[in-house]
Design a protein around this ligand. Sequence first.
Ligand SMILES: [Zn+2]
Length: 230
Amino acid sequence: MSKRTKAVAVEELPEDLGVDWSKWSDGRAFRLKRKRDFPNIDPGIAREVCELAAHKMGKAVRTARDRRVPNKLLWIQFADAYVREGQPCPKCGSRKLYRLHANFTRCVQCNAQLIISAAGLDSYEDDTGTVGPRARERAGGKLKALENVRLERAGESPSSEIFNGYGLAEGTPVIILAEFQKDENGHELTVRNMFERVSRVKIFPADSMAGLVNIGTLMNRADSAWDLIL
Ligand SMILES: [Zn+2]
């Protein structure tokens, strides 16, 4: 008799897959095993959930399927933040970064562990620790390129407000995670000031989140249920 069991239906699992991702967030690399460390689902889905979890924790994470057993094993490694090649530490502004290996570096000054992000990654800060105008323009540009954008306030970090929602990219539904800088005077985020405050935007095709996010339910929500509508 086969010991293999059928894959779990993702839509029956909680958003975090019922996994406490924080237990692997100390900066070491972990190899997670399907069924032992996360439910019996494709590691590709676990990967995206892990990235969402890191986003919610205000951390960075690098994930990769195992080359030899891609259907069962997933490698993950958390860090404090992302840094672009050649940029200073986003936590303290120091330029003294010690390369740990190809994708990781450590700040000599504040000891932050940083993931070196590819040029396409949209989160980086300038020397003063604030989001630079070009980064802001690029993050805003990603939102402006979408249609039918609907965002809902999902939480906050010490410096930013976090919004989630959806939009359409050339007719294809996408899930949006966006961060906006908090206003010193406590002004609410509106469609008029959001592009002055946007700091980070991540877009996932809704297909890739199937089962985790019910795009149909999101799209059927009344406009009054959303905080920002573009
Ligand atoms: Zn630092």
